[in-house]
Design a protein around this ligand. Sequence first.
Ligand code: FAD
Ligand code: AMP
Length: 476
Amino acid sequence: MSEHFDVIVIGGGPGGYVAAIRCAQLGLATACIDDRTDAEGNPSLGGTCLNVGCIPSKALLDSSEQYHRLVHQFPAHGIQAEGVSMDVGRMQARKEEIVAGLTGGIATLFKANKVAPIFGRGRLMTDKNVAVLDPASGELRQTISAHNIILAPGSVPVELPAVPFDGKLIVDSTGALNFEEVPARLGVIGAGVVGLELGSVWRRLGSEVVLLEALEDFLVAADTHVSREAARQFRKQGLDIRLGAMVDKVSTTAGGLQLEYTQKGESQQVEVDRVVVAVGRRPATDGLLAADSGVSTDTRGFIEVDGHCRTAEDGVWAIGDAVRGPMLAHKSSEEGVAVAERIAGQPGHVDFNLVPWVIYTSPEVAWVGETEHQLKSDGVPVRSGMFPFAATGRAKAMEEPVGLVKIIAHGETDRVLGVHMVGPHVSELIAECVVAMAFHASSEDLARIVHAHPTLSEAVHEAALAVDKRAIHKFG
Ligand code: FAD
Ligand code: AMP
């Protein structure tokens, strides 16, 4: 007899581990299978996010930003530091300590909630049986079954056939998080979220960074006012962003690596020492589903689900990066919670229109809801208001008077339909706007709410006032 659970979760990332904990909280006997190990080969829960994604990237972004501030921003405050140096080894060790603490924390949470962790590679068989395979050898270790299965296998980096990874000089995001020294010249292919964050880390530490982006426009998902201002700020920092640049080839030269790309129909080259390929991620569904599992994937490997994360097989659910929607940790986790609650007979819910996006560069970029361009092309009447951080006392006092907040409201009802920001700490400021939109606030509601002075949140307040052309600290 195979061991039986109420719920088996395959994947221990922010989708899977959160789903498992919520299932256990709801009284369901739950197991979570994950195949990830740390550098020593020990099981390491938390998925891409904790091990090689959100957390280590934010650790390096913070270290590099502190260094950059000390060198470039502190003199404006009158602080002079001499003999400043960066110990990349120490920076990496700190990152590893943070990752180890957090991944170990998930194991502790599993224990406290009585989730059974199973180390191995899960494969969904027929009738909600799951084969657990040895991740290295592929050998079958055990077969377990459950009333409900939650598939949360996450995603892996996309490889460019023209620029194959070699794990040393040509790397994916994981490789770029582990550089042991600052590359003199770094080529980043793809100026999306991951390319911009990792490019920023190494730029701040001294690399000459060139970003090659195939699309003609920068940050297409963001509102134009925000993406334009972000591009301006990033270029001022020395990030060499080349748009409309489709990379076709890499070759080794005496001095390093030569990237060949096509821009406006012309062939161009750039020589670098290392290359980070950051052209997106694909679902990690290879080998996950037996032919008779009853679950299907689309042509790109995404598990097919409905709006409630149900697959075609009764009692089998799928969440996170491996299903449609943005590849974001919080989107995965909220789907995990909603599915656990649905399994327990509760009305789990995720509002996919209100998933905030954040890019943790400096300045940060954040948005929620629609862009003005999208709304106008859908024929929605809009009114928008913008306010620059340079006009807030707090941003000036912080020596970070860059960026803006833009609020877009319905032209007739005034309901807020989108908020877009670039500037200091906007990763935190966006939360107020998500809450406002979740409660169907109008721009007038935001404008009438008292915001503390002097805070960065005054830029949100003033942008809301600007929708009605009555911002106080803005002319023109
Ligand atoms: P994952 O986190 O990928 O977890 C899936 C887990 O399942 C993995 O451990 C995998 O090894 C395991 N697995 C897969 N198949 C099997 C199987 N068959 N059997 C057993 N185990 C299996 N998102 C944000 O929201 N904010 C950020 O700041 C952010 N920064 C990022 C920075 C980088 C460099 C990268 C690469 C990503 C970043 N992301 C960020 C994206 C975020 O990491 C993902 O959206 C999130 O991890 C997805 O969660 P998930 O649970 O769906 O999958
Ligand atoms: P993201 O999906 O946010 O990680 O962004 C990946 C980025 O890589 C997207 O903006 C793509 O347009 C870009 N991209 C994909 N393929 C190429 C390529 N061959 N050369 C340059 N950029 C690319």
